[in-house]
Design a protein around this ligand. Structure first.
Ligand SMILES: [Zn+2]
Length: 376
């Protein structure tokens, strides 16, 4: 029986009718209930309150796939522990109870706080080093040991500190952390959109479809934002290429986010269009990746960055594979309802892939901080 068949107003009015029928003033009456252990409890409840409580309890019970309203029917291999048509308050509080979305909610909420922490860390501890004021602080060596980005800092300092500047290895302006921060903001938005969608999507069809669109826009944002650090730091010494690639990514990102927010985009008929759009966005990263290797084929740092990108690509590909094939729950429907199903694996792989990308961003920063661009 679907919980959507219950109507709050109808049940409440039944409660009022019963109260009047009893010939009472509508005040409280004594009721008696017995717990499973046989212990008797006494509570004062009006009929109306009882009816609402009963309705509320029934409405907010976990249901099976067959009892779901159409908009929540997606993966029939997940059989039980669904929430359907829950109120906002119950949906929100359900993050602390066990159902088949609990892990999805928490995996990306933890991911959000992970990237928020990395964002704050990056802003506070990783300023542009070609800046005399910052350099003075850096020379004290306080932060040096902590950051993998600055393992070769002494070399960078000796060639960039004013006075010791040798005129061949440093660029003339500070190396911006902006592209790195764009990626971290993109990752945070994606994680938060996903968390919200999984937590509150069970409220109603309208809420579900709205949050679904925001969730898709989060995926598009993460993909587009992921291009910024590798593309910017790879081509920063060649402004024409840099602007061309960044312009393409930004255009593609804006188009994908806008497309994700259009209602028709989330329909089943557009499932392949969605997959093709996200796939083509991701796969287009191969072009600047190999272009970079062509430009810097003698530089080991370029290869180190490339290996990292391949590693990240494998993780994302694995995520896409389990997402599309619905493995392992298709092998044993009902066994992975709470833990271990494909969407949960996909979530973990997205967080892992984004974290590997963050580590890759550090390699680029280290590369540019140490080597800069040759002055023409
Ligand atoms: Zn998800």
């Amino acid at each position: 029986m679907g919980a959507d068949h219950y109507d709050e107003g109808r049940v409440a009015s039944v409660g009022v009718t019963r109260r009047r029928g009893a010939g009472e003033e509508g005040r409280d009456e004594m009721t008696t209930t017995t717990s499973p252990k046989g212990k008797t409890l006494e509570r004062n409840l009006s009929n109306k309150e009882k009816a609402i409580e009963l309705w509320c309890n029934v409405k907010h019970q976990l249901v099976e796939y067959s009892a779901l309203p159409e908009y929540l029917k997606d993966n029939s291999f997940i059989v039980r522990y669904y929430r359907a048509d829950w109120s906002f308050k119950h949906s929100l509080y359900s993050m602390f109870s066990m159902h088949n979305e609990t892990f999805n909610v928490w995996s990306h909420l933890v991911g959000f706080f992970l990237f928020l922490g990395l964002f704050i860390y990056t802003v506070v501890h990783m300023p542009g080093i070609v800046d005399p004021e910052t350099l003075e602080r850096w020379q004290s060596g306080v932060i040096m040991e902590k950051l993998p980005s600055y393992l070769q800092l002494p070399e960078a300092l000796s060639s960039c500190v004013p006075g010791t500047f040798d005129g061949s290895r440093c660029i003339q302006k500070p190396i911006t952390r902006g592209p790195f921060l764009v990626f971290l903001v993109g990752a945070m938005y994606c994680m938060l959109a996903s968390t919200t969608c999984h937590l509150l999507g069970c409220r109603s069809a309208m809420t579900f479809y709205t949050l679904m669109r925001i969730d898709y826009s989060g995926i598009a944002t993460l993909i587009a934002a992921s291009f910024y650090p590798p593309v910017y730091y790879s081509f920063m010494c060649n402004p024409i290429l840099c602007n061309m690639y960044l312009g393409m990514i930004t255009t593609m990102g804006i188009f994908s986010v806008c497309a994700s927010l259009v209602p028709v985009f989330q329909t089943a008929e557009y499932r392949n269009v969605r997959a093709a759009l996200f796939f083509s966005m991701g796969i287009s990263g191969i072009i600047p990746c190999f272009h970079k290797i062509f430009l810097y084929q003698d530089d080991p740092m370029a290869y180190q960055a490339l290996y990292n990108e391949i590693y990240m690509g494998i993780i994302y590909a694995m995520g896409a594979l389990v997402y599309a094939t619905r493995i392992p729950e298709r092998w044993k429907p009902g066994m992975f309802d709470i833990i271990g199903n494909s969407h949960q694996l996909f979530h973990v792989l997205v967080v892992l892939g984004a974290y590997v990308h963050y580590r890759g961003g550090l390699i680029y920063l280290q590369w540019r901080d140490v080597k800069g661009c040759p002055l023409s």
